[in-house]
Write a new protein. Structure first.
Length: 369
């Protein structure tokens, strides 16, 4: 049996007919960029998230960048975020000309340690970007209280947390705006690059709409300088097919996680746990921890079980960020997690038989130790 970390084929087979029909509609219309499919998705995803507006863009990275740009974050500004994320979170800050300032994370869940924020605030601090990593939800009331105290903007990186909620409100609806990615492997994934911003601030949404399309609301009239961050209509069409299934897929992930948690509990592994009872997690990834991470990954890989490390090198230690002057030891918890974390196979279509195979192989590994 071969079990990949993520298998998108089964889901595609189930949706093939619907996706082909949707693609057919777009191809026939020859409206290949944005258009009615994009408008429909914007409306439906805003409703799903419980916010006033959604603007689709070309990727999650673009979404983060466009929010910051629309909020006038730029050279001379500092933006606080975590080193325990995909590099895009920090890259978007850097692309505006602002400087990313990192704070370490909580060991129990890898999410921003809000109590560490005050120590990093300067006169230049303009915004905070909490990251809802692995489909978890950051304790947003703490973030919002901190932001209020220091007069900071809150921009949520919800790229891994479609449908997660905190105190019965969807993540992404707490800050001034949030970025989502629909990269194919995300909980809601397109068949290529895609992203969106959501917000309750209609002026901000208008601004992002301008920025994503050359600063233009009317063809060849350019009010401000923007760029091309538009979404393909084909991607919007896939998202319209898939959005209807998101809740169902997320519950399937939760069921699989409950199974993993139960059947792995007696092993010397640190399992993900919901440290905040007010959150509903959607498990983009199932991440366990062990000091034996590398040998375990090798063992599973030999058994043709796909695993991943999200992420092996913290952002502050990436060569690309050498110029910020951070060094090993600056964020000890993030660095410790990077050495111990392992993402196990998880996707809604993972069968019990496949999951049991993974679990038994992990047991076999520890029995030999
Ligand atoms: C995927 C992801 C992004 C970037 O999204 P893209 O669509 O790949 O540009 C940003 N932040 C986080 C946390 C992500 O997981």
């Amino acid at each position: 049996m071969t079990i990949p970390l993520l298998d998108l084929k089964i889901q595609y087979q189930k949706l093939q007919l619907q996706v082909s029909r949707a693609f057919g509609r777009v191809l026939k219309s020859t409206q290949f960029i944005l258009g009615p499919e994009a408008v429909k998705f914007e409306k439906d995803f805003a409703t799903f998230c419980g916010v006033k507006d959604c603007v689709v863009v070309s990727s999650g990275t673009a979404a983060l960048y466009l929010i910051l740009q629309a909020l006038d974050v730029g050279p001379g500004d500092e933006v606080i975020t975590v080193p325990n994320s995909f590099i895009a979170t920090a890259e978007a800050i850097s692309l505006t000309g602002a400087k990313p300032i990192f704070v370490d994370v909580l060991e129990q869940n890898g999410l921003i340690d809000v109590d560490k924020i005050p120590g990093m605030i300067t006169k230049k601090t303009k915004a905070i970007i909490p990251v809802h990593l692995y489909g978890q939800a950051v304790a947003m009331d703490k973030v919002l209280a901190m932001a209020k105290k220091y007069n900071l903007l809150v921009v949520e990186d919800a790229c891994q947390a479609h449908g997660a909620s905190y105190k019965n409100k969807r993540v992404g609806s707490f800050g001034r705006a949030a970025a989502f990615s629909f990269y194919p492997g995300k909980n809601l994934g397109a068949y290529g690059d895609a992203g969106a911003i959501i917000t309750n601030d209609l002026r901000l949404a208008t601004n992002v709409r301008l920025l994503r399309d050359h600063g233009s609301a009317q063809k060849y009239h350019h009010e401000i300088l923007g760029f091309n961050f538009r979404l393909d209509a084909l991607q919007a069409a896939v998202l319209n097919v898939k959005l209807k299934y998101l809740n169902q897929w997320n519950s399937q992930r939760q069921k699989l996680v409950a199974n993993y948690n139960q059947l792995l509990q007696d092993l010397p592994l640190i399992l993900p746990n919901n440290i905040d009872n007010f959150t509903n997690l959607v498990y983009h990834l199932y991440v366990v921890r062990t000091k034996l991470r590398d040998p375990l990954q090798r063992f599973l890989s030999d058994q043709r079980i796909g695993c991943g490390i999200h992420y092996p090198i913290p952002i502050h230690l990436q060569p690309a960020y050498k110029f910020l002057g951070y060094k090993v030891g600056d964020f000890p918890i993030t660095e410790k997690l990077a050495k111990e974390i392992l993402s196990l196979p998880l996707y809604p279509e993972l069968t019990d038989r496949q999951q049991n195979f993974v679990i038994n192989k992990i047991k076999e590994f520890f029995n030999k130790k």
